[in-house]
Design a protein around this ligand. Sequence first.
Ligand code: 5GP
Length: 207
Amino acid sequence: MGEFDDALIVTALMTQRNDRQGKIVIVSGPSGVGKSTICQGMVERLDNACLSVSATTRARSKGEIEGEDYCFVSEDEFRRRINEGLLLEYAEVFGHFYGTPKDKVEDALQGGRTVILEIDVQGGKQVKSLFPDAEMIFILPPSARVLAKRLNGRGRDGDEIAEERLEGADAEIAAAWQYYEHMVINDDLQQAIDECVKIVQNARCES
Ligand code: 5GP
């Protein structure tokens, strides 16, 4: 075999590897902005996409399912996972720990899947430094007033917690302008999902 054939084989192997390699999509945004619904919509519309299920030390809210919405763990268990290097990233958000399981994300990527991480800005920055080609999408509310209404209306949190989350939104939005490549306004849910789906499809075509 000549030099040319060898080069072709190398290129073919590289292409094969790239075809199989999945993509990470980071979706962040303030509480109450509709991230979960948008992420669900993205998974339904995108080929071979999945949502990463985070671990958290916060208490399970009404209607949330263990292993589907989150893996609810104690602080000791969370610290064990940090110490054993089992988390891709983690952060403290509103007084509780949240983290992304490393093994599940790596398995999905090796299977060529698009893995959607619904995580906060601190986590988004950590993941981007590990996976520079991760796509970063930040979801914005149409206005502060609409966000306050949605947060108070979802009835999941007490008044105090809803207030704390609303206050945290400003800082998170300010940080996002600096780090996120895509800002999507969730005024109309279907439009927001369409926009996010297009961002991921375009990114997959480019890679
Ligand atoms: P919630 O308590 O409303 O479910 O989540 C609070 C915040 O934690 C949200 O901004 C959510 O995106 C973020 N979050 C959820 N899971 C993770 C995670 O695994 N890592 C990080 N860094 N943030 C997370």
